[in-house]
Design a protein around this ligand. Structure first.
Ligand code: NAP
Length: 475
C-alpha cells in the first residue's frame, strides 16, 4: 500500500458512511494501492435517492447555489496540487495533464455559477395572436428533479464536475456513481462541495456495484434525469430501460482529422501528435484517424512521426511524462491485439507497436483498411492511423464512415474547404485548424449518431436539467 493511500467513505445525506465492504483503488502504472473506498450497492443508492428527494423539498435560492459553486472553484484552486495528484494516482494520468484537468474543473464550476445566476425563463409574445390579446405569457425554469449521474474513469474530476456543477446550478440534488477505478477524485470534489456550504442531501456519492446502483437510478421514479458518460453499451442500455426519464448520454468516438494539402502541415502535425497520445489516447475525442491529401502525405509523415517518437512515455507522476499507462491490463491487451490485427491485414507500422508493462507504446499505423477495429471502433489507447486520400471529399466520406459522431477536425487554409467540411462532417463538433480533441468547458460538447444524444457544458446541461413551466396572466 502506498504511504499516501487515501481512505474514503461514501457521502449520503451529509454523512460520511462505511458499508462494511471495500473497493481497492490501484495505480494503473505501479499496481500500488492508492486508495480504499467504502463500497456501496442498491441499499446505499436508495438512501442516497431518499436524501436527494428530501433536499429537493428545501430549495436553495439561485444566488446561494452560485455562491457555493464559486466557492468550490476556489477550493479546487486552493487544493489544486492535491486534486491533480489524486487524478494522477488513480487514473494514471500524467501529472501535467492532471493539473490541466484540475484547472478545467475550476472553470466548469465557475461557468456553472454564472448559469445559476442567470437561470430564467423567457417572455412569450402572446399578443402575436388574437387569442392572446390582453394576456401576458412567460416561462419559468424549474429543476427537473433528482439527477442520477454516472461518470467514467478517464476524466475522474472534470467529468464529475460537468455533472455535479450544472445539477446544482439548475437546483437539482444529485446522486453520483463514479467509476470504480477512479472514485477518489469524485469523493474529493464532494468533500469540497460540502466545505463550500452545500447542505446535506444535495450531493450524494455512492461508489461500488455498478449495475445495482444503476438499477436504482433507473427504477426510482424520483430520479428524473440520468446523465451518463461512458461506453455505448451501458449508456444506450440505460436509455432503453428508462424510457420515461431524460437519459443524457455522452459516449465514445473514433475521432477523425482531415489534413488538406493546403494546410499548415507543421502545425497540423504538432497538434495531432500531441492530441492522439495525451492520456495515452484515453479521451473520447483522442485523435484516432488522420486522412491526409496524398500530395501532402510525405511531408505530413516526415513532420508527424518524429514528434510521436519524441513523446516521453513513463511514470505519470513524473513532470516530464507525456504518455502514461492505459487503465488496466485488459485494455492494454485489447489495444495491442487490435494493432496486430491491423498489421496482419496489411497496415504499415510506422512507430510503436507492443507495450512495456502497462505502457502501450505510442503507435502510428499507415494505410489502415476502414473495416479494421483501429479504424471503425474506439481504440481508447495511444494508437493513430494515418491514411492518404485522393481528395478532401474522400477524406470526409471516410471520416463519416463509422457509427460515431462526437467531434472531428479539419486543417486547411481555404475558408471554402473549412466551411464545406463543417457542413458535411456528421459530428457534434467540428474543429478547424485545431485538433478534434479541443474542448473548452463552456462550449456545447456532445455527439450525434452512436456518440450520444446531449450537449454538456454548464449552459447546455442546465437547460437539460430544468423544465419549462408556462405562466399566462390575463390582464
Ligand atoms: P464504462 O465502462 O461504460 O463505465 C462508465 C460508468 O458506467 C462507470 O461508472 C461504470 O461503473 C458505470 N457502469 C458500468 N456498468 C453499468 C451499469 N450496468 N449500470 C450503471 N452504470 C454502469 O466506460 P469507461 O470505460 O469508464 O469509460 C470509457 C468510455 O467513456 C469510452 O467509450 C469513452 O469514449 C467514453 N467517454 C465519453 C465522453 C464524452 O463526453 N462523450 C467522455 C469521456 C469518456 P464501474 O466503473 O463500476 O464499472
Amino acid at each position: 500500500m502506498a504511504a499516501t493511500a487515501t481512505e474514503r467513505k461514501l457521502l449520503i445525506d451529509g454523512e460520511w458512511i462505511e458499508t462494511g465492504d471495500r473497493l481497492d483503488v490501484r495505480s494503473p502504472y505501479s499496481g500500488e494501492l492508492v486508495g480504499r473506498v467504502a463500497r456501496g450497492g442498491a441499499e446505499e443508492a436508495r438512501r442516497a435517492v431518499d436524501a436527494a428527494a428530501h433536499a429537493l423539498e428545501r430549495p436553495l435560492p439561485a444566488h446561494k447555489r452560485a455562491e457555493i459553486l464559486v466557492k468550490v472553484a476556489g477550493l479546487i484552486g486552493r487544493r489544486h496540487e492535491e486534486v491533480a495528484r489524486t487524478i494522477c494516482a488513480e487514473a494514471g494520468k500524467p501529472i501535467k495533464a492532471a493539473r490541466v484537468e484540475a484547472s478545467r474543473a475550476m472553470s466548469t464550476y465557475t461557468f456553472a455559477a454564472v448559469e445559476a445566476r442567470r437561470l430564467a425563463g423567457e417572455m412569450v409574445a402572446l399578443e402575436g395572436a388574437q387569442a392572446g390579446e390582453g394576456k401576458l405569457g412567460f416561462t419559468l425554469r424549474k429543476p427537473v428533479g433528482v439527477v442520477g449521474a454516472i461518470s467514467p474513469f478517464n476524466f475522474p474530476c472534470n467529468l464529475v464536475a460537468h455533472k455535479l456543477a450544472p445539477a446544482l446550478a439548475a437546483g437539482c440534488p444529485a446522486v453520483l456513481k463514479p467509476a470504480s477505478q477512479t472514485p477518489l477524485s469524485a469523493l474529493l470534489l464532494a468533500e469540497l462541495e460540502e466545505e463550500a456550504g452545500l447542505p446535506a442531501g444535495w450531493v450524494n456519492v455512492v461508489a461500488g456495484a455498478a449495475s445495482a446502483i444503476g438499477d436504482v437510478l433507473v427504477e426510482d421514479e424520483r430520479v428524473k434525469l440520468i446523465t451518463f458518460t461512458g461506453s455505448g453499451d451501458v449508456g444506450w442500455g440505460l436509455q432503453e430501460r428508462a424510457p420515461r426519464k431524460r437519459v443524457k448520454l455522452e459516449l465514445g468516438n473514433s475521432t477523425p482529422a482531415v489534413v488538406a494539402a493546403d494546410a499548415d502541415i507543421e502545425s497540423a502535425a504538432g497538434k495531432l501528435a500531441a492530441n492522439a497520445f495525451s492520456f495515452a489516447g484515453q479521451s473520447c475525442i483522442s485523435v484516432q484517424r488522420i486522412y491526409v491529401e496524398r500530395q501532402a502525405l510525405d511531408a505530413f509523415l516526415a513532420a508527424f512521426v518524429p514528434k510521436v517518437e519524441a513523446l516521453k512515455v513513463g511514470d505519470p507522476a513524473d513532470d516530464e511524462t507525456d504518455v502514461g499507462p492505459v487503465i488496466d491490463e485488459d485494455a492494454r491487451d485489447r489495444i495491442v491485439a487490435w494493432v496486430e490485427e491491423a498489421v496482419d491485414a496489411g497496415a504499415e507500422l510506422l512507430a510503436g507497436g507492443g507495450h512495456d508493462g502497462p505502457l502501450v507504446r505510442p503507435t502510428v499505423l499507415a494505410e489502415v483498411a476502414d473495416d479494421q477495429k483501429v479504424s471503425c471502433e474506439e481504440v481508447f489507447g495511444p494508437v493513430v492511423a494515418v491514411n492518404g486520400v485522393g481528395s478532401v471529399a474522400e477524406a470526409i466520406e471516410r471520416a463519416n464512415g463509422t457509427r460515431f459522431g462526437l467531434q472531428a477536425g479539419i486543417f486547411t487554409t481555404s475558408l471554402d474547404t473549412a466551411l464545406a467540411a463543417a457542413d458535411r462532417l456528421e459530428f457534434g463538433g467540428i474543429m478547424v485548424n485545431e485538433a478534434p480533441t479541443f474542448r473548452s468547458d463552456q462550449m456545447p460538447y456532445g455527439g450525434v449518431k452512436a456518440s450520444g444524444n446531449t450537449k454538456e457544458g454548464p449552459a447546455y446541461a442546465v437547460r437539460e436539467m430544468t423544465e419549462e413551466r408556462l405562466v399566462v396572466i390575463q390582464r
